[in-house]
Design a protein around this ligand. Sequence first.
Ligand code: FMN
Length: 414
Amino acid sequence: MSSNESIKTNKTTINTVYSGPSKRTTRLLSRVLSLDDFEIEAKKLLPRPIFGYISGAAENNVSRKRNRESFDDYEFLPRVLNDVSKRTTTTELFGKTYAAPFGIAPIGLSALYAYRGDIVLAKGAAQENVPMILSGTSLIRLEEVIKANPDAWFQAYLPGDDANIDALLQRVEKANFKTLVLTVDTCVPANRENNVRAGFSTPLKPSFRLLLDGILHPRWSIGTFLKTITFHGIPHFENSYAHRGAPILSPTVERDFSFRDHLNWSHVERIRKLWKGTFVIKGILNPEDARKAVEIGADGIIVSNHGGRQLDGAIAPLHALPAIVQACPNIPVMMDSGIRRGGDVIKALALGASFVFAGRPFAYASSVAGEAGVQHALGILKSEMMRNMALVGVNDVRDININEQVIPYSKRVR
Ligand SMILES: Cc1cc2nc3c(=O)[nH]c(=O)nc-3n(C[C@H](O)[C@H](O)[C@H](O)COP(=O)(O)O)c2cc1C
């Protein structure tokens, strides 16, 4: 694997040729045996506020915890002697064949915790042939990211304001994105007290504590932050609107969240009319909303509680999944929140998901080892899936079913 990136400075263009991971990265990755191992490495590398931004959730972190626990509410009921030698994880979604039924969820501020983070995620996903959703709170212009991965999807946080909606959609369409994901669980900013306690804010406010954190984490400070500023200037929120947003570091600037709480179904109808490509709604947990999304013409739904980062106490998406699949049997119902193992993917598919996404593991992977880290993370998930498909006795992801290979724990103990 090798890929190129042009670094534009004020004076010249330097063409960097990526010729695979360094020895140090290879050594580091040899210690990473599961997605959770990336979190351990990222915690060592990243300043506390930035690690806290990725790992944290809302209020008491109850939903984040339950997202993980929900997978333990189901157990495998394996079949044996099935000749599983022809198993494959390839999956079709929206007319494209992907290497696996999982992809990279939109994760904001990627270029703050990994050098050129959004491009790293985009390229890692392209190399492994899985979808990557570019976050609306990303720090690299969407026009640049799609060049790195023409199949990337774009996720928008739209305000309930027609002029801003129209302008952003026009920009995204012009850039040639084919799939739009509208996130609908963020009508107001969440109560992330833990971010405040860890010293995180957007924009980051320069402070002695932040400086000290930077000094104590030189690999991030030099390899990500200073390198970014040197070659690309202070990152800004590039893709929240059609125009450039706030810088990521500022003592005074406030981000613009206005009209987000005005967004309603009539705006979604308008978006559906304007957006000619594939339209996915992310952040649905209630079957009634899922039905509305179908009525309006959504092509897919992502059942998600935002990784527990919005409404603390919101139902775990794995538990919400069956009712939503039942409510809209004719479109792909995807899910995210808590996926960490190939076995988790199998359980979500058994409950009716067509596809799943994960967020935090790829944020950590990109920060500790860039593109190689993202590929390593995707590789781990895929090899765990392949192994577990064999162990439960299926060859094809379409053959994974509830009550055949996966049963609710409560059923067994009753
Ligand atoms: C650091 C971070 C940033 C995120 N930024 C966004 C975002 O910009 N847009 C969005 O729709 N979801 C965002 N999410 C939520 C993810 O898309 C996804 O729903 C969540 O991470 C899934 O849970 P998991 O981290 O347990 O896999 C973010 C999550 C994390 C961890």
